[in-house]
Design a protein. Structure first.
Length: 286
């Protein structure tokens, strides 16, 4: 029997042959193969694109964290103190500039500025003379028309008291000699200041009483052991009312505990008259 006589049998034979052969492309039953679809591109996140994670402080050392926090607070406070000091310097400079402008106003083109009062130094002269003070390690500044010299209370006095230490006596002697050399016969204010801490000595009823006692001790020393006279000096007790920096740090409190010698532009008594009339003073001195 031939394929023509039995077409169905021929088709079965051909189908069987193709089904056993590998790679047969003439299978009339199986449809033509199509390529598999390409899967969509999946982007894997990298470390750089990963979202930030919140640090976990559960296992951190509390003491180390507290130390870091305290250090940050101290640095912030020091920065605030520096800003306050810069603002104070700026205010002082602005006051000085205003005084200079006021004293230098001329009546007209080519006119000279009016002369200062007899025996009185201008702010410019006070500042120029301040640079001549040889006081290493001692803070001094121009405040308007006066010169302020800061003397640390911790150097002058025993803790919480008003008794002068040997180092304090030496410092007062050095400062008084320099002040008399640069500002002879000028009025001097002795201003006592302290910090906001509780008093260590129960014998003082208030911080003002302590600053009065300390200013009085400086007054007694200057009038008895130096060339300064009582007519040049006066006392002021401020207590904690006028800090130069913040009391939030130990360094700030130490600086606020101080006695300031304030040099005024006016001269006292005979010194003022001698500055106004030097010729007559020289003749009277024979």
């Amino acid at each position: 029997m031939t394929n023509e006589a039995c077409p169905t049998l021929g088709c079965i034979v051909i189908l069987a042959a193709c089904s056993g052969a590998v790679g047969c492309t003439h299978n009339p039953v199986r449809p033509a193969s199509t390529a598999a679809p390409t899967p969509p591109l999946v982007t894997i996140p990298t470390a750089a694109s990963a979202p930030p994670t919140t640090p976990n402080y559960a296992d951190a050392d509390p003491r180390r964290l507290e130390a870091g926090l305290a250090r940050s607070r101290q640095e912030a406070q020091l920065m605030q103190d520096e800003i306050a000091a810069l603002r104070e310097q700026l205010a002082s400079t602005s006051t000085q500039l205003a005084n200079v402008r006021a004293s230098g106003v001329a009546a007209g083109p080519g006119s000279a500025a009016p002369p200062p009062s007899p025996g009185t130094m201008t702010p410019v002269a006070m500042q120029s003379a301040m640079t001549m003070l040889s006081l290493p390690g001692v803070d001094k500044r121009l405040d308007g028309g006066v010169v302020r010299i800061e003397l640390p209370a911790d150097t002058l006095f025993e803790p919480g008291g008003a008794n002068l230490l040997p180092g304090g006596s030496a410092l007062l002697t050095q400062v008084s000699d320099e002040v008399e050399r640069v500002y002879p016969g000028h009025f001097l204010g002795i201003e006592g200041h302290t910090d906001t801490e509780p008093l260590l000595n129960a014998s003082w009823g208030s911080p003002h009483q302590l600053t009065v006692a300390r200013a009085s001790a400086v007054f007694d020393f200057l009038t008895s052991r130096t060339s300064l006279r009582q007519g040049q000096l006066f006392l002021v007790a401020h207590g904690p009312n006028h800090p130069v920096v913040s009391n939030a740090t130990s360094a700030g409190r130490a600086r606020n505990r101080r006695v300031e010698l304030v040099v005024y532009p006016e001269r006292s008594g005979a010194e003022g008259a001698a500055a106004a009339h030097p010729a007559s003073a020289a003749a009277g001195g024979g």
